[in-house]
Structures are given as structure tokens and as C-alpha cells.
Design a protein around this ligand. Structure first.
Ligand code: TEU
Length: 568
């Protein structure tokens, strides 16, 4: 039956290859490094590994700019190294999915170079080319007002052939034209079949709802700047999405696969169901971003810090994604971290030394009791936190943060107050926070590498590291192991149970119930550093404590304490 699908009960562990483990001491993580840590991942209780892009790439966007789908970025390893990783993962009873990045390629991909060569190139229409527009004064303008996700216009002028090409992300990430059947066929063969034949068990599909872009209409003028509009709602979920994904499904169905599509800018539930509903069956599940976007502006994620009542917004976002499983035959995901967001302890709880461990356990307890397929991002299992406030902003390397900082500098003429505020928001939310090297031990460079890593290691590694936690029953790592085991033991209620939010207005606590048949669990979480009474103690009358994140759980909830009660 549909409910016995392996990917529903799976816990997925995301690996960001550059920052996981360096085996050959060049300062960059690699595939042999990942293989050396498979036993660690297995011991955590994980079922599936998701590997962020391993393909050859000029690394403008950390591999999300692929120059060749059929080869591996040489500093990471080789195709045969990947085959070994796939086999070793399978040998431990786990599966592995890889990132499928086919909304765009790198500008260094052979397809794009051919497309650029002339307007008559047979691959000209594999990318999205348009003639210039001209304003009243005769100035050349891009074909529409879309703003790229990484600042500036989404169009770049190509002098040799006198046309603009579209890139929703960096200039070096031209968008493929999915309207071309020949391009689509090449995509399926080169990026999908090549790796399915080598044993991968499916894909995390990058930007999956951006393939169909209709006729490229201007985005409505909103609040960012009059000329360039943040256009996510305009370019996502275009009219041919279903058709393209049905085609993809034909390739996937030749294998036993799992797919999880990245689905930003999709507030509409019917739209989500057109991908993951049981009948549509286009993707097994998607990532919606309501929860991780809590408190960040839709116009630009760096534009604001969360308001003081962010927890109310957070809880309602969790409720919205959980309701998909409550009310429909679609499936969903539960996650708080990935390589695009900062660390959850720093964002949603407290990374102060006295609260960090409690915060990490409380968030683990919350996640592991939510319905859907659970995703854990490398380092989350040991409670890694954001880069510290005293790092100069120059430590941030990711183009997302760098371009934004430069844009603020230009917009304000280098105003120092504006730049200080921008730096604070970057420290809070930048993707770099998730990309610092994995903290394996208290050895030099956190045991990640014997040489200086490509990105600075967070200094807390001397106390916050995997080795120190492995044999400590009170550690965040041990707690995650317990939670992943309990999630399987009570799988009906935790993995697919009906979610109900019990304290929507509370600004300090989060209380919800999970129910399946006669089974019922109550989860209570304190999101503050102050003790708090149980929000609705009367509801717990016929319930017994299953576990708490605190050593002794009685009466009031302690700082950042989480508890699970089961119906007696
Ligand atoms: O992200 C797509 C996406 O929609 C971004 O807006 C994402 O929310 C952004 O990183 C937040 O700042 C995917 C990948 O996950 C990301 O790492 C890539 O940079 C991007 O696609 C382009 O491939």
C-alpha cells in the first residue's frame, strides 16, 4: 500500500560535500571523507543520505552551477568514487539521493557555450534568449523587470549575439529552456539516467517549480525597488509544470526512487497537491519554506530581523505544512535546516553557552514528532550553531550574502550604520552559517582537515564536537539517536499522526497533539530561557510522560525544555 513506501518513514541526512570531511588535506571535503563517516551516519539512525551537488562545476554557487552532469568535481573525487560511496551506503542498509540541478546550468556547461555561439546554433533555444527592449530615451532595457535571487536584474546582455539571456540566480547560472523538447531529453539522459544507472535512489530536485515560466510577464511592482522586482510568485509554478514532471516521472519509474522537490513561493495548497497528491504522483514530497522563512521578508530574506512575536508565526507555519498530511492524500517533509538557512538553535532558540544543549534537544524533540519525511542537516545532530557575532563580515563567502552587502553599500553610498545593520542580518540568516566545516573533534581544524579549511571553523569546536558527544549520554547527539529511535517505535503517531496546534496565541510555548487511532501524544515545548507553566495542563490528565529533554521533569517547564506525553 501507499503507506508502506520506504521514503515515508525515512529519516534523511543531508551532506554538504565541501564542509563534511576532508580526506586528502586540501582544505575541502570530499567523497572518500564521506565514506569514512558512513558508520557515524548509520549509528545516528538515518535511512537515506542526500548529497548536495557533487558534479563538476566552477563553484560560483557551491556546485549549484553544474558544468558537466556526468563528471564529479575533481577536488571531491571521481565517478568511480561516487560508485563506491553508493555501494558502501547500500552495504549499510541505507540509500542515497543526489541533488538534481536542472533549472539552470553553469555558463561553463558545453550546452550553454554552444547556445552562445550564434543565433543559428541548434542549441540556441536550449536557454532563454530575448531581444532588448528600449525605453523612451532609447536606452537598452532587459525584456522584463525580474530581479535575480542573487541581486540585480535576472537578465544579462550577450554582446556577441545582441540578446539577453535569463538567469533567475547568478549571471553564471543561465536558465535552461524547458520549452525545448530536445533540451528536456538531454536533461533526462545526462543528469538523471546517468546517476540512476549507477545506483542512486532518487533526487532532491533543485528549484523544481521554476521550469515552466510561461511568457515571462513583468512581476507586479511591490516593495523592493521600482525597477527590479522580486518575482518568485510570478516565475514559479508555470502552466506546463505538470506536463514536464509527468515526463520526468516516466524516467523515475524505471527505478525504485524517492523524489523531494524544492518548492519555494508556493503558498497555495492546491498547487502543492498538483505535485504531491496521491493521484498526481509527480513528486513524492516537496520542501515548502513557510517554517524556515518565519520572520524574514518575502521581498528579500536579508531585509528584516524577526519580530518579537515570531513564535506565533512559526507555529502557524508548522501547522500549515502538517495539515497537508491531516487533510489530504499528499505527503510532506519536516525540517528546520539545510545549506540555505542558518542554524536552527541560533535562529529559533538560544545558542548562549548555558542554553545551547537544551535548545538543541528541544528542537530535536519537536522535529522528530512531526509528520512527514524528516530531514536532518549535517551538524544539526550535534547542535552546531551560527558563526559568532565577532566574525568580520568578510568571513562570509557565499554570493548570496556578498552580493547583498555590496548592494547595500551602493544603495546607501557606503553608509556605515546601514552596513552595520546589514552585517547583523547577514550574521543572523546567511547561508554561510550552515556551511562552516563539520566539527568532528577538538583536534586542529575541528578534525575536519589537517590544513586550514576553505571556510573558517567556528571556534566553539573545542567543546562542541561529535567525538565529545558520542560517548556522552547527555549530549545533543545522544538525544537525537534516542529521538530517531522513538520516532520509529511510535511511527504511526509521530510520522503520520494527525497534528493539532493547541496554543496558537502563546508567545513562549508550543503545544501540539499527534493522534492516530487510539494512540495520542502531547508535545510541549518552552521556547524561552525562563521557566514556564504547562500551557494547558488540564489536557494532560490522562497522559503519562514518555520523555523530557531535562533531567527531571516536573511541574513547570524549564528553560528550553521539551516533553512528550502519551495517552495512558
Ligand atoms: O535554492 C533555491 C531558492 O529558491 C533560493 O531562493 C533559496 O531559498 C536561497 O538560497 C535563499 O537565499 C536552491 C539551492 O538550494 C541553493 O543553494 C541554490 O543557490 C539555488 O537553488 C540555485 O541553484
Amino acid at each position: 500500500s501507499a503507506d508502506s513506501k520506504w521514503w515515508k518513514t525515512a529519516t534523511v541526512y543531508q551532506i554538504y560535500p565541501a564542509s563534511f570531511k576532508d580526506s586528502n588535506n586540501d582544505g575541502l571535503g570530499d567523497i572518500p571523507g564521506i565514506i569514512s563517516k558512513l558508520d557515524y551516519i548509520q549509528a545516528l539512525g538515518v535511512d537515506v543520505i542526500w548529497l548536495s551537488p557533487h558534479y563538476d562545476s566552477p563553484q560560483i554557487d557551491m556546485g549549484y552551477d553544474v558544468s558537466d552532469y556526468e563528471s564529479v568535481y575533481p577536488p571531491y573525487g571521481t565517478v568511480s568514487g561516487m560508485e563506491e560511496l553508493i555501494n558502501e551506503t547500500h552495504a549499510r542498509g541505507m540509500r542515497i539521493i543526489v541533488d538534481l540541478v536542472v533549472n539552470h546550468t553553469s555558463s561553463e556547461h558545453a550546452w550553454f557555450k554552444e547556445s552562445c555561439s550564434s543565433k543559428q546554433s541548434p542549441k540556441r533555444d536550449w536557454y532563454i534568449w530575448r531581444p532588448a527592449k528600449y525605453d523612451r530615451d532609447g536606452n537598452r532595457c532587459p525584456p522584463n523587470n525580474w530581479r535575480s535571487m542573487f541581486c540585480g536584474s535576472a537578465w544579462t546582455w550577450h554582446e556577441p549575439t545582441q540578446e539577453y539571456y535569463l538567469h533567475l540566480f547568478a549571471t553564471e547560472q543561465p536558465d535552461l529552456n524547458w520549452e525545448s523538447a530536445a533540451a528536456r531529453k538531454a536533461i533526462y539522459e545526462s543528469s538523471m539516467e546517468f546517476w540512476l544507472l549507477r545506483g542512486v535512489d532518487g533526487f532532491r530536485i533543485d528549484c523544481v517549480n521554476m521550469y515552466s515560466k510561461a511568457d515571462l510577464p513583468d512581476a507586479p511592482v511591490t516593495d523592493f525597488s521600482a525597477d527590479l522586482q522580486h518575482a518568485g510568485l510570478t516565475f514559479c509554478n508555470g502552466p506546463r509544470m505538470g506536463e514536464f514532471l509527468d515526463e520526468m516521472r516516466e524516467v523515475l519509474d524505471k527505478y525504485d526512487t524517492m523524489t523531494v522537490g524544492e518548492c519555494p513561493f508556493t503558498p497555495d495548497r492546491q498547487q502543492v497537491l498538483s505535485y504531491v497528491g496521491a493521484k498526481a504522483n509527480r513528486l513524492n514530497m516537496v520542501f515548502q519554506f513557510d517554517v524556515v522563512e518565519t520572520g524574514s521578508s518575502h521581498a528579500h530574506k536579508f531585509e528584516s530581523l524577526p519580530p518579537s512575536d515570531w513564535l506565533v508565526e512559526f507555529k502557524s507555519a508548522v501547522e500549515r505544512t502538517q495539515q497537508l498530511i491531516n487533510d489530504t492524500d499528499g505527503w510532506t517533509t519536516a525540517f528546520l535546516e539545510n545549506h540555505d538557512w542558518s542554524r536552527s538553535i541560533s535562529r529559533f532558540a538560544s545558542d548562549a553557552p548555558e542554553h545551547r544543549v537544551a535548545s538543541g534537544k528541544m528542537l530535536a524533540l519537536m522535529l522528530a514528532t512531526l509528520s512527514g519525511t524528516l530531514f536532518v542537516y549535517q551538524g544539526q545532530e550535534i547542535g552546531m550553531v551560527n558563526a559568532p557575532d565577532d566574525w568580520p563580515v568578510e568571513e562570509f563567502k557565499d554570493l548570496d550574502a556578498v552580493n547583498y552587502y555590496e548592494e547595500v553599500r551602493e544603495r546607501t553610498g557606503g553608509d556605515s550604520k546601514a552596513l552595520t545593520e546589514a552585517a547583523a542580518r547577514i550574521r543572523f540568516i546567511a547561508r554561510d552559517n550552515a556551511r562552516t566545516p563539520m566539527q568532528w573533534s577538538d583536534e586542529a581544524n575541528a578534525g575536519f582537515s589537517s590544513v586550514k579549511p576553505w571556510m573558517r571553523v567556528v571556534e566553539t569546536y573545542e567543546t562542541l564536537n561529535a567525538a565529545a558527544q558520542e560517548n556522552d549520554p547527555g549530549s545533543v547527539l545522544s538525544f537525537w539517536k534516542t529521538m530517531l529511535r522513538l520516532r520509529k517505535e511510535y511511527s504511526s503517531v509521530f510520522i503520520r499522526g494527525h497534528f493539532e496546534l493547541l496554543d496558537p496565541e502563546g508567545q513562549k510555548t508550543f503545544m501540539f497533539s499527534k493522534a492516530w487511532g487510539q494512540e495520542e501524544a502531547m508535545v510541549v515545548l518552552n521556547f524561552t530561557s525562563k521557566p514556564s507553566p504547562l500551557p494547558q495542563a488540564e489536557k494532560l490528565e490522562n497522559f503519562e510522560l514518555l520523555l523530557s529533554t531535562a533531567e527531571s521533569a516536573a511541574g513547570n517547564l524549564g528553560a528550553f525544555e521539551g516533553r512528550i506525553y502519551l495517552r495512558a
